[in-house]
Write a protein that binds this ligand. Structure first.
Ligand SMILES: Cc1cc2nc3c(=O)[nH]c(=O)nc-3n(C[C@H](O)[C@H](O)[C@H](O)COP(=O)(O)OP(=O)(O)OC[C@H]3O[C@@H](n4cnc5c(N)ncnc54)[C@H](O)[C@@H]3O)c2cc1C
Length: 385
């Protein structure tokens, strides 16, 4: 694909959005109830897929139209800046999808079209009650059976959309209990089978977007493996890199749209305090944008970005929190107590921004990675010696 084709696609996309503006108007309203939000997300996924817009930038083997991953970024950004919530389905897919395409091409060809078209919602099952930051200590087991399939038993927690998703990208232990990162495997598991119990977790925002998932002797075919047996850590590390690529760009685009919305909604003329708050939020976003663009270029060139992406994650959580804090400072006090959909929408976004420095690797962990692996500072235990 040439640059001209890409700009043509984006221009056509803008026109299509404009022409369907009335038809899609209800999708520009914030939905506080998670069920409504996910149903809006599926409806927008369907519209995007039918128009071919979400097929650009994905390989033809999975129903895409080809072209660079960066075209996905541009489509998502236009969507966000046009007042739409980027579909929840895509947030998951941009984290797990590229890893499935690279490490399990046949499985991707079979399964990803349903996720890309919004027919299915997927989720990511890594974290466990005692394995979040220390992921390599996870205990969910996948035991090989005589017929080559696996029997999965254990518990996942904090799974986004876990109570409503159709399939989960699961990280489980196939090696011995003390095999740490060497004994993990990744697999795609259907969530509608016997032996699976899901319990939604109510968050401070009142929404139940996370959940616990319990597995008891759940059969998983060997064709569902993503990567090699005991090779799940490598896939997980690749996946975390992608999370700093297109996914981070999507969050940056959504956050930019939030800042633009704050400026439109501000009732008073900006005073010095407002200018300061907006300026700081804008600078945080600009830093995130520049950094993520550079990481995307490196990922597109098949470079291993590794520990450097801890910087991206810190910039992402800082920008999200600064922008959503700006909504609290600058918008009406009604935002805190108002019962209009728009007030509830801002509250939901503010609560979620608090989690930005936890999910996908907590802030303190990113600080440690930067200290150890980028700056080469002495380990904490040896300080002061
Ligand atoms: C909104 C949200 C969505 C999520 N979605 C998913 C999902 O879809 N799938 C999934 O698998 N997981 C998901 N998670 C889980 C997330 O990945 C974990 O919360 C995260 O990895 C932290 O793990 P933990 O919660 O077990 O905290 P812990 O690892 O117990 O950490 C608790 C605190 O201790 C600090 N800490 C821990 N170890 C160290 C250390 N060595 N040095 C210094 N400080 C340390 C941490 O920084 C943190 O502040 C989600 C979490 C949130 C909040």
């Amino acid at each position: 694909m040439t640059v001209t084709d890409e700009s043509r696609t984006l221009h056509d996309f803008e026109e299509a959005l404009h022409e369907s503006s009335d038809e899609l108007a209800h999708l520009r309203m914030p939905a506080h109830a998670l069920g409504q939000q996910l149903s809006n997300s599926a409806e927008l996924m369907d519209w995007l897929y039918r128009g071919g817009w979400t097929r650009w930038g994905w390989p033809e083997t999975i129903g895409g139209f080809g072209g660079p991953a960066t075209i996905r970024c541009q489509i998502y950004e236009k969507l966000a800046l046009s007042g739409y919530r980027i579909p929840d389905h895509l947030f998951v897919l941009e984290v797990v999808g590229p890893a499935v395409v690279s490490h399990a091409p046949s499985l991707a060809a079979e399964m990803m079209p349903k996720a890309l078209s919004g027919v299915e919602l997927w989720c990511q099952g890594f974290s466990e009650p005692e394995a979040g930051s220390d992921l390599a200590s996870l205990r969910t087991r996948a035991v090989a059976r005589d017929d080559g399939s696996f029997s999965v038993s254990g518990q996942k927690i904090w799974t986004s959309y876990g109570a409503r998703a159709d399939r989960i990208v699961l990280l489980a232990r196939t090696g011995s209990a003390d095999s740490r990162h060497r004994g993990l495997s990744m697999m795609l598991v259907d969530l509608d089978q016997d032996g699976i119990e899901r319990r939604p977790i109510a968050l401070a925002s009142g929404r139940e977007e996370l959940s616990e998932i319990f597995f008891t002797d759940v059969r998983v075919d060997s064709s569902r493996l993503i990567g090699d047996i005991d090779g799940g850590w490598k896939v997980a590390m690749d996946l975390l890199q992608y999370e700093r690529g297109v996914y981070a760009w999507m969050r940056m685009a959504s956050t930019t749209a939030h800042l633009a919305q704050i400026l439109r909604q501000m009732s008073d003329k900006p005073d010095a305090l407002a200018a300061d708050v907006v300026g700081r939020a804008y600078l945080a976003l600009a830093g995130l944008r520049a950094r993520t663009a550079s990481t995307l270029r490196r990922l597109s060139a098949d470079e291993v970005v590794g520990a450097q992406t801890s910087v991206d994650k810190l910039l992402l959580s800082t920008a999200e929190q600064k922008v959503l804090d700006a909504s609290l400072t600058l918008l009406d006090a009604e935002l805190l107590i108002g019962d209009r959909a728009v007030d509830a929408g801002w509250r939901d976004e503010w609560w979620y921004s608090r989690a930005a420095s936890v999910y996908g690797g907590a802030r303190e962990i990113q600080h440690s990675i930067i200290a150890d692996r980028i700056l080469g500072l002495p380990k904490e235990s040896s300080r002061g010696r």
